[in-house]
Design a protein around this ligand. Structure first.
Ligand SMILES: Cc1cc2nc3c(=O)[nH]c(=O)nc-3n(C[C@H](O)[C@H](O)[C@H](O)COP(=O)(O)OP(=O)(O)OC[C@H]3O[C@@H](n4cnc5c(N)ncnc54)[C@H](O)[C@@H]3O)c2cc1C
Length: 209
């Protein structure tokens, strides 16, 4: 936990241009009372429980590359900085998925996959400045999303990201389309938006086949 001036200033907002303009003009109000950097899911849970007990607003913070002010902390809030949780937890070559802690930077995540010959195919321009958890929270899109899909298409059971083997090309992508179809039935609670996401992926596969 930190509440020194430098840490609070660094977590006051994200890349939202209006917040920076207001800061330059001395008009940016609010800001967190403290920043907690948990190292485990259990620490996140106890932090959020404590904040709820005291009625304190909680702001999850990835790498702060958001451009719409989502990570702009209101006055007296508690920022949960996820970058202390940055490990690749699992790379399953049989079922073609990977699990990473939410605070892992995108560039580090892709490098870890690339070292084993895989990719998730998600390349936002901010890949080295954004986290895996931030991608999911913002429904991010990347440079190759017309081929691989948006992050919501790549997210399997909300905790795993699909894997592609670039050496296998479209054959592998087609397998992933099948997995996307399969996941629709898994929890029965999928929204229309996610169904549309799958159709878009199938369409892009047809277009590039
Ligand atoms: C130069 C530049 C290029 C960019 N290029 C792209 C691009 O190509 N594609 C694209 O989609 N976006 C792009 N962005 C926007 C930004 O990088 C994405 O929105 C990214 O997904 C944000 O990730 P982050 O880890 O930085 O999240 P943050 O900015 O830290 O947070 C963004 C929002 O998500 C919430 N959040 C963060 N982590 C979590 C979590 N673990 N759990 C729950 N909520 C969480 C925050 O509270 C906030 O509301 C770009 C931004 C910049 C500055």
């Amino acid at each position: 936990m930190a509440d020194d001036a430098a840490t609070l200033a660094a977590h006051r907002t994200d890349y939202w241009i209006l917040a920076h303009l207001r800061a330059r003009q001395g008009r940016l109000t609010g800001g967190p009372a403290c920043v907690v950097t948990p190292r485990s899911t259990a620490e996140v849970a106890s932090t959020v429980r404590l904040a709820a007990r005291h009625g304190v607003a909680v702001v999850p913070y990835g790498a702060g590359s958001g451009v719409v002010g989502g990570a702009t902390a209101p006055g007296g809030s508690l920022v949960v900085d996820l970058t202390g949780m940055s490990r690749l937890l699992e790379l399953n070559e049989r079922a073609l998925y990977a699990r990473a802690e939410a605070g892992m930077l995108g560039g580090a995540y892709e490098a870890a996959l690339g070292a084993r010959g895989y990719t998730t195919g998600h390349y936002p321009q901010s890949i080295d400045r954004s986290t895996v958890g931030g991608w999911v929270a913002t429904r991010a899109a990347g440079q190759f999303s017309t081929r691989y899909g948006n992050i919501e298409d790549l997210l399997e059971r909300r905790t795993r990201l699909l894997l592609f083997d670039p050496r296998q090309g479209l054959e592998c992508a087609a397998a992933v389309a099948d997995m996307a179809a399969a996941r629709l039935g898994w929890d029965g609670g999928r929204t229309a938006v996610e169904l549309e996401g799958y159709r878009a992926l199938a369409e892009s596969l047809r277009r590039f086949a």
